[in-house]
Design a protein around this ligand. Structure first.
Ligand code: PLP
Length: 453
């Protein structure tokens, strides 16, 4: 299957001997692609074969591959100050925190970490401690949504609403509750999208009330569920969620790990809805994944509550050695400059609309139940039957993905094999993709779907 030379065969052998891959079942018959280099939206493997990365890695290489400016920003910073802990401070972290505050269009204080999971862990600790700081001593619970993903560390996994990711790791952190997301495609036939979204938001309020509002610290959600199947809420949903949270004294944490940094067609996903989160978490596109860096942005007045240290435990007692590394911060600043200078946020909006309109003709295909998009994120939900909406068989979903790959196109899918929802194909190419790249995605995918399926 693979056309590996001797060098490639050796690399593969060593890979299988020494490397433990992320969330990938072990299989000798489908060896991993070993990437060698990349430029723009294209990745070249060790055979010299080129693939259009229609998923930007893991939804993260927003400015595309091969940006010399980013390498230079990190290199120069490594020469002048490679490291200093953020128990104290350094200039790149200060400058990036200021810049993020500008991007967020609010009054936020920034805490840096290393991954999206950790940004969420920090948000949970901040939320619980904040409630304590203001005398709300029973508020410790979190409400999240089924199908949402918030990370793999134990707290972030507890907030995740995908059972398949949790099997064999449970019991996880206590106090995490889940409600159904506003999956309008699967709403009851006699209810309008608006009504269904309001009912979905009401499920959050019902849970708050049943649990006792004085025990709930925060609600966490992505503006749009991305990896869980591209579930795009109606404006009414987020309006109501915001209103419910503020009426019950519950913080609203918005996870922008995927939706942030232009992916949604605005700077942040929540900007599309006019929501004002109490806490925003971000990673991936912050550095376009060139280096690890994440951030938890917290409303200024919440931060202020941590100034009361009268019991000796008032300050946030979270420390990470690498969080806010100077080179990662310098690179992130340059990454934000590129997004601004090349108008990539607007480009994501434009390319996403184009992709949606090109793909909308596929709604007539027997397998395509629904197509949903949000900025430059697009999901195609495959079904066995358009009336019952029974999800398409996983072998079909995997077969389409494999055939796209054999034609040089990498696409993704959601994954919750327990609930049976692993039937949404996902597309999230770099925001810097050229018109030709987008055309390649459209032509390749359309030919695959119409050809053999
Ligand atoms: N939140 C969301 C919405 C994500 O999609 C992810 C990762 O895919 C995470 C959090 C966790 O990020 P990381 O893999 O950097 O820990």
């Amino acid at each position: 299957m693979l056309n590996l030379g001797t060098e490639g065969e050796l690399a593969l052998k060593k890979d299988q001997q020494y490397l433990w891959h992320n969330i990938t079942p072990y299989s000798e018959s489908s060896p991993p692609m070993i990437a060698a280099s990349a430029s723009g939206s294209w990745v070249t493997d060790i055979n010299g074969d080129k693939f259009l990365d229609g998923m930007s890695g893991l939804w993260c290489v927003n400015v595309g591959y091969g940006r010399k400016e980013l390498a230079e920003a990190a290199y120069n910073q490594l020469l002048s100050l490679p490291y200093f802990p953020l128990t104290q401070s350094h200039l790149p972290a200060i400058a990036l925190a200021e810049k993020l505050n500008e991007w967020l269009e609010g009054d936020y204080v920034i805490f840096f970490s290393n991954s999206g999971s950790e940004a969420n862990e920090v948000a949970f600790k901040m939320a619980r401690q904040y409630q304590q700081q203001i005398g709300q001593h029973y508020r410790h619970k979190f409400i999240a949504r089924y199908r949402g993903y918030h990370g793999s560390s134990l707290g972030a996994l507890s907030a995740t609403g995908q059972a398949q990711r949790k099997y064999k790791y449970e019991p996880l952190g206590g106090g995490f509750l889940h409600v159904a997301p506003p999956d309008s495609y699967r709403r009851p036939a006699d209810i309008s999208v608006e009504e269904f979204n309001l009912q979905s938001a009401q499920a959050i309020e019902d849970t708050i009330v049943w649990e006792g509002a004085e025990t709930v610290a925060a609600v966490i959600m992505e503006p749009v569920i991305t990896g869980g199947g591209v579930i795009v809420p109606h404006q009414l949903y987020l309006d109501r969620v915001q209103e419910i949270c503020s009426r019950h004294g519950v913080l609203l944490i918005i996870d922008e790990v995927i939706c942030g940094f232009g992916r949604s067609g605005r700077k942040f996903g929540h900007h599309n809805y006019g929501v004002k989160p109490d806490i925003v978490t971000m990673a991936k596109g912050l550095t376009s994944a060139y280096l690890p860096l994440s951030a938890t942005a917290v409303r200024k007045d919440i931060y202020e509550a941590f100034k009361d240290n009268s019991d000796g435990y008032g300050y946030l007692r979270h420390v990470n050695t690498f969080g806010g590394n100077p080179a990662a911060c310098a690179l992130a600043l340059r990454n934000l400059e590129i997004l601004e200078q090349e108008n990539l946020v607007e480009r994501a909006d434009m390319l996403g609309k184009r992709l949606y309109s090109e793909f909308s003709g596929l709604l007539g295909h027997k397998l395509v139940g629904d197509i949903r998009s949000f900025g430059l994120v697009l999901g195609i939900e495959l079904v066995e039957d358009k009336i019952t909406k029974k999800p398409a068989d996983l072998n079909i979903v995997k077969g389409i993905i494999a055939e796209c790959k054999s034609k040089g196109l990498i696409i993704g899918k959601n994954g919750d094999t327990v609930a049976g929802f692993n039937n949404v194909l996902t597309f999230a190419p770099p925001l810097s993709s050229t018109d030709e790249d987008i055309q390649f995605i459209v032509d390749t995918f359309t030919a695959v779907l119409n050809g053999s399926w």
